[in-house]
Ligand binder design. Structure first.
Ligand SMILES: Nc1ncnc2c1ncn2[C@@H]1O[C@H](COP(=O)(O)OP(=O)(O)O)[C@@H](O)[C@H]1O
Ligand SMILES: [Mg+2]
Length: 552
């Protein structure tokens, strides 16, 4: 089979295995991540909700404290005392030392007239009768305004309390420092993207937000989204990023304290350790590597098994072919043998006849004699072929003898050495020491070695080297005949063992040598194998089973 088939197979197995192993892993990972993310988000939502509630309480407490001290001052001092001399400044000082965050303090009579004032602005003498907050204080008694500009033209808010003193009512009013108030609100903001601010129902910022907008400007946040208790919602802001908003209405029901943060920043906590990533990457790597490794191993084994099977098949086909050819050859040889005997008998008789006197006179007598000799020679050649074939087909005697392979090889080499030398061919033996004596057929084996070595000599023709090697393994003695001749072309390698296959000129080769050798080795329980490369040479390998002779 072609290499690409195995490469394809390998690729398919790897891809399928990886898919099958990763699909559930990825699914599981995504599911776990999802559930974890949901849990984590719930936690985050709870946290931000808690922060909003706590901060709203802090702000409420702040306002309550400021209102309480203002009320206490109004309750414990009379109007006339307040507006006299430095008294108000003194009270202002006491208030700030107790609670802080007051910017100024003023006393206003029932007509709205600003009677006394302590603070950085020049507001004394102004009339507040028409200011919206004035009516509110007069009717409700205590009033905390929203942020407004007022006479000073700076965003601020005030706390005012009304005091009833026999006939007349008056108002003590203080401004809260927007910076300090904003600072208290902003204390709830966390992280790089966190923000905390207060808006009123009309979306006007009551404190400075951290991003986009400022105090007294309008916010884009839809305050109707936030219900009675603390509400947490997720919204997309201007640049498309998700933000978590937690909003709590303060006790006055007019102000919404908002804490928000980018959702991504919150979720960043989910992946804090590099360890998880390292483990995942290492796991993926391990799976991929082992898959590739085991698949390669499997495909290689498969390939080896395939090759072995192909070789076995080829050997089986070859031996089938040889058996069929052997039978046919034996039949043909037998059929030819009888006519040959008759021809030879007749030529003998013809020779006898020619010896008679009356034929001596014939002018063609010499030609007759020559023709008869030629017929005899050719018949002799045909008989030799037939003899060869019949000889090898003949049932081999079951009797085995003790054979020393090295000895047999040496004898064969001696037979051919002179012939090889005249063609400048060296025969180099390289024998394994102490090969076992085996039970086999010496003359048959010699025939095989003779065929192979003479083939090698023929192939080299002149100048070359033939190595004759013997070695052994557990089961076989192995003989290798290696020549550096022209080699056998690939398309002929399947045919050289066929009977009558020869590339030699007529009269020189019969094409029976390898056929006979194949049959002999097979009958002895061995194998003969060819490996050749054109232009480099040929190796014939014979394996002869090690059969130990019976002890005599
Ligand atoms: N060592 C070899 N190198 C090259 N070709 C060889 C070798 N041995 C055998 N052959 C080829 O195999 C053919 C068959 O060999 P064989 O059966 O011995 O018949 P023959 O020797 O009579 O041709 C040879 O004709 C030759 O082409
Ligand atoms: Mg030959």
């Amino acid at each position: 089979m072609k290499t690409s088939v195995y490469v394809n197979l390998q690729r398919k197995i790897i891809v399928i295995t990886l898919l099958v192993s990763f699909a559930p892993l990825i699914l599981l990972g995504v599911t776990i991540y999802h559930q974890l993310a949901i849990k984590y988000k719930q936690k985050i939502v709870e946290q931000i909700r808690y922060r909003a509630v706590a901060q709203a309480e802090a702000v409420d407490l702040f306002l309550k404290g400021r209102t309480a001290i203002l009320s206490a001052m109004a309750d414990t001092h009379k109007f006339d005392y307040m507006i006299e001399g430095n008294n108000l400044a003194h009270i202002f000082e006491v208030m700030n030392s107790r609670a802080g965050a007051f910017v100024d303090l003023g006393v206003i009579d029932s007509t709205g007239q600003h009677k006394a004032y302590v603070g950085p602005y020049n507001l004394k003498g102004l009339n507040y009768y028409n200011q919206p907050w004035f009516g509110e204080v007069m009717s409700k008694g205590v009033y905390i305004s929203e942020v407004y500009m007022g006479y000073r033209k700076i965003p601020h808010f005030i706390i005012a309390v009304r005091r009833q003193e026999s006939q007349q009512a008056w108002i003590l009013r203080a401004t809260i420092d927007p910076e300090i108030f904003g600072g208290i609100v902003r204390a709830a903001q966390v992280g790089k993207t966190g923000d905390a601010f207060i808006v009123n129902k009309e979306r006007i910022f009551q404190t400075n937000p951290r991003f986009s907008g400022s105090i007294h400007s309008q916010s884009k946040l839809d305050t109707t989204l936030f219900g009675g208790s603390t509400t947490v919602i997720e919204l997309r802001d201007g640049d498309g990023k998700k933000r978590l908003y937690a909003g709590t209405w303060l006790k006055n029901k007019k102000w919404l304290l908002v804490i928000n943060q980018e959702a991504a920043e919150e979720m960043a906590g989910l992946f804090t350790t590099y360890m998880e990533v390292v483990i995942i990457v290492a796991g993926i790597l391990a799976i991929v590597l082992t898959t590739i490794f085991t698949t390669r191993l499997t495909v290689r084994r498969l390939r080896e098994a395939d090759t072995k099977m192909r070789e076995l098949n080829a050997a089986l086909v070859q031996s089938d072919k040889m058996a069929a050819l052997g039978k046919m050859a034996a039949g043909v040889a037998h059929e030819i043998n009888n006519p040959l005997a008759v021809i030879l008998q007749k030529t003998g008789w013809m020779e006898d006849l020619l010896a008679e006197e009356k034929f001596q006179e014939s002018e063609n007598i010499e030609e007759f004699k020559a023709s008869i000799k030629k017929i005899e020679a050719h018949v002799e050649r045909a008989r030799k072929v037939v003899h060869n074939m019949l000889g090898y087909v003949r049932k081999m005697e079951p009797l085995l003898e003790d054979v020393d392979i090295n000895e047999t090889l040496s004898q064969t080499i001696t037979l051919l050495e002179n012939y090889a030398k005249t063609n400048n061919i060296e025969i180099a033996p390289d024998f394994a020491d102490s090969l076992p004596i085996i039970a086999s057929k010496q003359d048959q084996l010699q025939q095989v070695f003779l065929n192979l070595i003479s083939n090698a000599i023929d192939a080299i023709s002149t100048d070359g080297l033939i190595k004759v090697i013997s070695e052994r393994n557990d089961k076989y003695i192995i003989v290798k005949i290696i020549d550096n001749g022209p080699g056998i072309p690939e398309d002929q390698q399947g045919k050289v063992f066929d009977p009558f296959f020869t590339t030699k000129e007529i009269g020189r080769g019969t094409g029976l040598g390898l056929w006979i050798s194949y049959d002999i080795t097979e009958k002895l329980g061995g194998t003969i194998h060819l490996s050749s490369r054109e232009g480099e040479g040929t190796i014939f390998t014979i394996q002869i089973p090690i059969v130990h002779p019976e002890k005599k």
